[in-house]
Design a protein around this ligand. Structure first.
Ligand code: SF4
Length: 319
């Protein structure tokens, strides 16, 4: 059998857009349709270069802070959520707001507020500096401390070891998070769990699919941007599940030909903020080089959808 007959692609499913990203991107598109350009967006609406570039071409202006938006203008809050301080900034500037925060991020905000009201110490497992973590921590800064990994656990101090709860960022590695929680529980045996999983269904499903595929792959390509937490996690999960190698790419053109040397089976997946057109670009790239045999590895059917932000369901969004 020749080498090219052994060339095959395993395509992970689920991959790509989750319900929260779909909703956030559509929110900006609808805002542009209903209000015309410019529509300001605080931070990247979702962490994907292609999406941000495409929406910029259509008239969206991405800014870092609500303070960068002209007074009285329309601003969309990104899928990652915002803290109450940002909402206050927007009110002070009399901005018209559309909140595209994913409902599953909002759920974690709700948990943070509830446990803070009940005077718990809240240990938030997540990555320092990530927008979602800043938004969640901002709900109850006096009660929340960030725990980035199991190594951080020794440094945690709480007021009452019997009144501690852990919550998490929605896009973490499930396995690493459980390791951190195990270490936390060793220190705080009565540590309370979140009322339901904070790592969202989409993050979990994409990791399960990669785990199923990776042991059979010489190389796994993950389409996603470097600032996309769930995409970066997919590379790590692929490697720890036995992939020969794994790389994160925004576009097919970023593939280094040398990665394919000696490779027969290529696994392909994409993060939750990645449009399918970018995966198709990689499939074309691979097909041109002999990888025409494509099989999907399907580990879950996703049926979750979210209604558009309420401000877009009325005729004058947020105005
Ligand atoms: S990855 Fe999860 S939490 Fe983030 S936008 Fe998608 S569904 Fe929501």
């Amino acid at each position: 059998m020749s080498r090219s007959e052994n060339k095959r692609v395993l395509l992970a499913k689920p991959r790509g857009y989750c319900a929260g990203v779909d909703r956030a991107v559509e929110a900006v598109e609808r805002a542009l349709e209903q209000h015309g350009s410019p529509v300001y967006v605080r931070k990247q609406i979702v962490h994907n270069r292609h999406v941000v570039e495409t929406l910029t071409e259509r008239g969206a202006i991405f800014v870092d802070e609500a303070d960068d938006v002209p007074e009285g203008a329309l601003v969309v809050f990104s899928a990652h959520g915002v803290s109450p301080a940002v909402r206050e900034q927007a009110r002070e500037r009399e901005l018209h707001t559309i909140d595209a925060t994913c409902p599953l991020v909002n759920k974690v905000h709700g948990e943070a507020k509830r446990f803070a009201r009940e005077d718990y110490d809240i240990l938030l497992v997540g990555h320092r500096g990530h927008e979602e973590v800043e938004g969640t921590a901002g709900e109850a800064p006096a009660h929340i401390q960030l725990v980035e990994s199991a190594e951080d656990v020794a440094r945690v101090t709480v007021r009452d070891p019997d009144k501690v709860v852990w919550l998490s960022q929605t896009t973490l590695s499930v396995d690493e998070t459980m390791e951190t929680v195990r270490a936390l529980r060793e220190r705080f045996p009565t540590l309370q769990d979140p009322p339901s999983d904070d790592i969202c269904y989409a993050t979990q499903n994409r990791q399960v699919a990669v785990k199923a595929m990776a042991p059979r792959c010489d190389l796994v390509l993950v389409v996603g941007s470097p600032n996309s937490s769930n995409s970066v996690r997919l590379v790590e999960v692929a490697l720890s599940a036995g992939a020969g190698a794994a790389h994160l790419i925004d576009f097919a053109r970023e593939i280094d030909e040398s990665w394919l040397d000696g490779v027969e089976t290529v696994g392909l997946t994409s993060g939750a903020s990645v449009p399918e057109i970018l995966v198709e670009g990689v499939l074309e790239y691979l097909a041109e080089r002999g990888w025409t045999d494509v099989a999907e590895i399907n580990t879950a059917e996703e049926t979750v959808t979210f209604a558009l932000p309420r401000e877009l369901r009325t005729s004058r969004a947020g105005r």
